[in-house]
Design a protein around this ligand. Structure first.
Ligand SMILES: [Zn+2]
Length: 413
């Protein structure tokens, strides 16, 4: 009987892998149909720069094929060559307490996936990004980031993992409700702590300097009922020259963050469009909606786990000999993340909807509508983004609508 479950999981896993390869290939073939700058963008991009953006996409395509294949093969070996079970059996000999054994198991699993990710991370930063002139990071900065990242994630993950495993084994039949409450509170606290204590460990956050830009943004922020004190600039160019902006935090710790590269390269009117878009996310309560969606998914996950935890087939599907709380949690997360990857177009549907709403807010608030179009095109051109992704690939992989559709959605094309 367990064979049916094993085959089902492995077939779905391989199917998902080939679906990803198929979509990536479809996307790159679609891009190669446009050897010259596509129609609405011709006047904004020189032929040479456009060719460079095609080569940039090709580099990431090849890199994705290689890293995706290696990761998939290693995952299947880890589970079905019995490596995962062997680690677990060894831990049973060394750590008798189940909660601490779970912590050790999580630590080993995270460490192994981190190790696998290192060469890929190094290659994308120091080979691809370097070749296309985006990289500013040095090896010593990369190393410092790694050390800080490991320390911070251990500091935050250790108490959470301990508390979850402890609650799972000691709060009775409704443990999933308690664990979810804990998880929810933890995420709310993290959302408060992240912008103030964690993000500044990696970047310097400065308030906007006095001048034309600040005056312009002060007027805009006032019109959109947002405090200018919550707008910060970060020294992103110490790592990369890619331009971006984002909104983070919640309640008192909300922050609108602009990359210094954006300030340097874009006009005051264009930056105002970016700021108005980010304030649009805040006005439309997108962070709150995102929290509701992710926490509902988490609640469903813990409820499913309460049903599956004592089911022998959950463990047999992954060739694991011993049933335990931590192993059940990991194995169900393998299944859920695989199933969810098939539903990524549904999640992206909401994300695209939010982006369009924020774009509309921006257009309603700014004075020069044309600056919005040039800002968006410039952002894509400078980041060497694919201007013509395949629609199906975009549905699965893009959190924002492709640029052409994005402009069409707000009537700018
Ligand atoms: Zn956005």
């Amino acid at each position: 009987m367990e064979h049916i479950f094993i085959y089902t999981f492995v077939i779905l896993y391989i199917l998902n892998f080939f679906l990803d390869l198929f979509l990536s290939r479809l996307n790159i073939k679609h891009l190669l149909k446009y050897p010259d700058p596509p129609k609405p963008f011709q006047e904004f991009i020189e032929a040479e720069k456009y060719q460079k953006s095609i080569r940039y996409s090709m580099s990431y395509y090849r890199f994705h094929l290689f890293s995706g294949t290696v990761s998939a093969v290693l995952f299947l070996l880890f589970v079905y060559a019995g490596w995962m079970n062997a680690i677990d059996l060894k831990l049973y000999e060394i750590v008798p307490d189940e909660t601490w054994r779970g912590i050790c198991f999580f630590f080993i699993l995270s460490f192994l996936s981190y190790l696998v990710g290192i060469p890929f991370g190094l290659y994308s930063t120091f080979v691809i990004e370097e070749k296309f002139g985006f990289n500013r990071e040095t090896l010593s900065l990369w190393f410092k980031d790694q050390v800080k990242g490991i320390l911070v994630s251990s500091l935050f993950m250790l108490p959470l993992s301990y508390a979850i495993l402890y609650f799972m084994s000691s709060t009775g039949a409704y443990w999933w409700v308690y664990v979810w409450c804990l998880f929810f509170l933890y995420n709310l606290i993290l959302l408060q702590i992240y912008p103030i204590f964690i993000a500044p460990l990696f970047n310097k956050f400065s308030p906007l300097e006095q001048g034309e830009l600040r005056t312009k943004l002060e007027e805009l922020a006032q019109r959109m009922k947002f405090s200018i004190a919550n707008i910060y600039v970060i020294d992103a160019t110490k790592r990369s020259t890619h331009s971006n902006a984002y909104f983070t935090g919640f309640g008192k710790t909300k922050r609108l963050v602009l990359y210094d590269s954006l300030i340097k390269e874009f006009s005051t009117d264009e930056i105002a469009c970016v700021v108005a878009h980010e304030i649009g996310h805040y006005q439309k309560k997108h962070i709150l909606k995102h929290i509701i969606l992710s926490q509902s998914t988490a609640l469903l996950f813990f409820y499913l786990l309460s049903i599956a935890l004592n089911h022998p087939y959950l463990y047999k599907t992954f060739l694991v000999a011993n049933q335990s709380t931590y192993m059940g949690l990991i194995l169900l997360s393998f299944i859920v993340s695989l199933v969810l990857s098939f539903f990524s177009p549904a999640f992206n549907f909401f994300s695209w909807k939010h982006e369009t709403e924020a774009d509309q807010c921006s257009l309603d608030a700014i004075e020069k509508k044309d600056a919005f179009r040039t800002m968006l095109i410039k952002l894509h051109v400078q980041n060497l983004s694919n201007l013509v992704p395949h629609p199906l690939y975009a549905r699965f992989n893009y959190s924002h609508p492709p640029i052409k559709e994005r402009l069409e959605r707000v009537g700018l094309l």
